[in-house]
Design a protein. Structure first.
Length: 326
């Protein structure tokens, strides 16, 4: 499935965006009413909730920060659980417990990735209240909601917004005239803004994605890992495939790009290339391809690495929740 790229007019002046402004105002109005409705009917889950989300549609690198936040919370004495929608999962009943061995086709790729990387309790389901309560009943004293900024039914205690330092808020217009799910003014009400990659004026710190070498898809190392100067088939089914390809270039590789839509359901045919080169993919894609990936497939694990300011801000946010409910 070819990747659907965001329209260019979302990020630069264009008469197309201007023509869509009336629809954007309608979208803003509906969003405002929806937020007011659900906030008045929000439901607590019995533990403090931190939401990590963004205003811009598409990938913004939230998942690595969620993983880092869960690990940081554990180090500070919390027993965190992570809740997320389980996008793309085909399970017939929800919420679903997610473990490192769960089938990503049933519960979603990001859910399995988070379970593997954190070792913490993970629950997936479109009803985040039910999923969060499942975590609390299992002993979690902190719930981290991945990409739940606009899911207002689950009452939240703190909000973290991730902003792409390269693209910011685009043209700062709401859908469909721009890339925003909510207007820019929404940022004034969140507790913490962190930029990914590069500094951003309203952000309290930056985090980068650190790499730690290639790992074999499926765990079976049958050939040497790709090396600098080598051409590779680069596979990415994420929100911003080009960012992954750029990362490979910074590592000295020469990627032959193969971009797929975010959450693409891979098949063996997607990895069958005529030119016999090593295949390199994202960790999220490796979760889905492990069962059928041929020899010579690798993935690139990444971890969020906050700068000093962002680290202090995250710790202060976690500490502000100590004594919750007392």
């Amino acid at each position: 499935m070819p990747v659907a790229r965001p329209p260019r007019f979302w990020f630069e002046p264009s008469p197309v965006a201007a023509a869509l402004v009336p629809l954007a105002w309608l979208f803003r109005g509906i969003t405002r009413l929806r937020r007011a409705y659900w906030r008045s009917r929000s439901v607590a889950c019995g533990a403090p909730v931190i939401v990590v989300g963004n205003l811009v549609v598409g990938g913004a690198g939230k998942t690595p920060l969620v993983i880092h936040l869960a690990q940081r919370a554990t180090e500070r004495g919390w027993s965190p659980g992570i809740v997320l929608r389980g996008y793309g999962g085909r399970a017939t009943h929800w919420p679903q417990w997610v473990t490192a061995d769960s089938d990503p086709r049933m519960v979603g790729d990001e859910a399995v990735l988070i379970a593997r990387r954190t070792g913490e309790a993970v629950a997936a389901g479109s009803d985040r209240v039910a999923a969060a309560r499942l975590l609390v009943a299992a002993g979690c004293d902190l719930v981290i909601s991945d990409d739940g900024l606009q899911h207002y039914r689950l009452r939240r205690d703190r909000e973290i917004v991730v902003v792409d330092g390269d693209h910011g808020l685009g043209n700062r217009r709401c859908l469909p005239a721009g890339p925003l799910r909510e207007p820019p003014q929404r940022l004034a009400s969140v507790d913490l803004i962190i930029a990914r990659g590069h500094a951003w004026p309203q952000a309290r710190g930056v985090y980068e994605l650190a790499t730690a070498g290639f790992a074999a898809v499926g765990g079976a190392r049958t050939s040497p890992a790709p090396e600098r100067g080598q051409r590779v088939h680069a596979v990415a089914g994420i929100g911003d495939p080009e960012r992954f390809f750029a990362t490979l270039r910074t590592l000295g590789l020469e990627p032959v790009p193969h971009a797929f839509a975010d959450h693409h359901v891979f098949s063996p045919a997607d990895l069958a290339f005529e030119e016999p080169l090593p295949v390199v993919m994202t960790e999220k894609d490796a979760v889905k391809c492990a069962a059928f990936a041929p020899p010579g497939c690798w993935y690139l694990p990444v971890s969020a690495r906050p700068d000093a300011r962002a680290g202090v801000a995250l710790d202060e946010l976690l500490d502000s929740l100590v004594g919750y409910g007392s």
